[in-house]
Design a protein around this ligand. Structure first.
Ligand SMILES: [Zn+2]
Length: 109
């Protein structure tokens, strides 16, 4: 006998919805396209996904410097000044997220 339940979490590999399949006491977690994980495997993979997502946010916040620099000659000085202030804030936010990454603990089973 097997039961299948959807999980309100996404596949670490493709971000598709996950399901939990229990067959004769064995547990498998899989997504719609067929990525399959053990209990330990999905927790490990999800930990990596969390870290990658946070690094992605850090990169997006930091690259605002290059973006505003590239557009600077197209912007009025008052607008550019506001954008540079916002960039400084985004760099502070990136530092906060980087600190979170440095203290992020992966799931351990
Ligand atoms: Zn998947």
């Amino acid at each position: 006998m097997s039961t299948k339940k959807s999980i309100e979490a996404t596949c670490p590999e493709c971000r598709g919805p996950l399901s939990l399949l229990i067959t004769d006491g064995l547990v498998e977690i899989s997504c719609l396209v067929g990525h399959a994980y053990s209990v330990e495997g999905v927790l490990h993979a999800h930990s990596e996904t969390q870290e990658k997502a946070l690094w992605s946010a850090v990169v997006a916040l930091r690259e605002t410097t290059a973006l505003v620099d590239a557009l600077s000659h197209r912007l009025p000085s008052d607008v550019l000044e506001k954008l540079r202030a916002q960039v400084a804030t985004k760099h502070q936010q990136a530092a906060v997220i980087q600190n979170i990454i440095e203290h992020l603990e992966p799931f351990q089973v």
